[in-house]
Design a binder for this molecule. Structure first.
Ligand SMILES: *Cc1c(COP(=O)(O)O)cnc(C)c1O
Length: 368
């Protein structure tokens, strides 16, 4: 059957997302054990123990559909953020919230402005609707060039996506730059601020996007339980926006898009301050340790507002990636990103960080 005659043409233009290599696959290839993966910005300390306990208890109820309105979780997040429950929309990961935005607002001929390099899913969701991406290079500090992004808006622009802090650079823009950007931005488009890493941000003037929601309807902050709370495998994320936008996205989603288990786990994880504090503390310590070790090897490490680091060595990123693989260490190469000689490494457990440093020292070495 000639499916290419039936399929919407832009679907065939999507470059499939390249997930990191699984640990088991590398171990099989090398005939080794104990490989580590620090490539996908997962929480290396595991899921929230409170979430795990709550899920165990809930298993007996899995013959029931989830609460499609996610009432308990909605109430809890709304009170935490000081917003109304009707300002929240839940998704099967933050990824689905991005999909719902695309499905609700984008059509062929529309343009979406976002940074380059930024999160790899943006071109996928934009292309999926047949819309066009307008990618604006990061500035020389690898931060969003908000001025250039505002200037790139045309009357075809339907959406602007800001990734703050940005993946894969770990950099963030501040409140002052964001304010000027908002002043320059037309009201007639959707502003998506992907804040999946905001929990890790420590910059003094990190913007308060939620404070802008009333002033600029059509703005949404997208957040996730995948990174800080260690629930990436469950798939749950959410958006916070004005009620009108939330109503549109809620129409576009499936009634049971978030599983019962994910709702239960997310609710419990929000109370797990011990897990959150431990994760943040170890993340900070790991970032300092790796940065100091790599700088001593002559590498450049960018300051991070996330749970990963961008590292530049004297050798091409894919070569560094391959060399580290041979030591059983999986990091993220960034081919096609324009970031020459860079790899992205997730900050791991203290043991994983030492493995990474030892492998980098042995295979790539000083003078980088
Ligand atoms: C991981 C990630 C996401 C996806 O989060 P999920 O909730 O796991 O779907 C979205 N945006 C960025 C920038 C990410 O790094």
């Amino acid at each position: 059957m000639a499916l290419e005659k039936l399929v919407r043409p832009h679907i065939l233009e999507i470059q499939p997302y390249q997930p990191g290599k699984p640990v088991e696959e590398l171990e099989r290839e090398l005939g080794i054990e104990g490989a580590i993966k620090i490539a996908s910005n997962e929480n290396p300390h595991g899921p929230s123990p409170l979430a795990v306990a709550a899920m165990r208890e809930a298993l007996e109820d899995m013959h029931r559909y989830p609460d499609g309105a996610a009432f308990a979780l909605r109430e809890k997040l709304a009170s935490r953020y000081g917003v109304d429950g009707e300002q929240l929309v839940f998704g099967c990961g933050a990824d689905e919230v991005l999909e719902l935005l695309a499905k609700s607002f984008l059509a062929p001929g529309d343009e979406v402005v976002y940074a380059r390099p930024s999160f790899a899913m943006y071109p996928v969701v934009v292309k999926g609707m047949g819309a066009s991406s307008v990618q604006i290079p990061l500035d020389e500090d690898l931060c969003h060039d908000l001025e250039a992004m505002a200037k790139a808006v045309t009357d075809r622009t339907k959406m602007v996506i800001l990734c703050n802090p940005n993946n894969p650079t770990g950099t963030s823009f501040g409140a002052r730059a964001f304010e000027s950007f908002l002043d320059a931005l037309s009201d007639d488009l959707i502003l998506v601020v992907d804040e999946v890493y905001w929990d890790f941000a420590r910059s003094d003037d990190f913007p308060d996007t939620l404070a802008c929601l009333a002033r600029r309807p059509g703005t949404i902050s997208v957040r996730s339980f995948s990174k800080l709370y260690g629930l990436a495998g469950l798939r749950i994320g959410y958006g916070i926006c004005d009620p009108e936008l939330a109503d549109i996205l809620n129409r576009a989603r499936h009634p049971f898009n978030v599983s019962r288990l994910a709702e239960v786990a997310a609710l419990a994880a929000l109370d797990d301050t011990e897990h959150v504090e431990r994760t943040l503390r170890r993340n900070r310590e790991g970032a300092e340790r790796i940065t100091a070790a790599f700088e001593a090897l002559g590498m450049r490490v960018w300051p991070t507002d996330t749970n990963f680091l961008l590292v530049r060595t004297a050798r091409p990123g894919p070569e560094v990636y391959d060399a580290l693989l041979r030591e059983g260490v999986i990091v993220r190469p960034l081919p096609g990103s324009g970031l020459e000689n860079c790899v992205r490494v997730t900050i791991g457990t203290p043991d994983e960080n030492e493995r990474l440093i030892a492998a980098m020292t042995k295979r790539i070495g000083a003078g980088s």
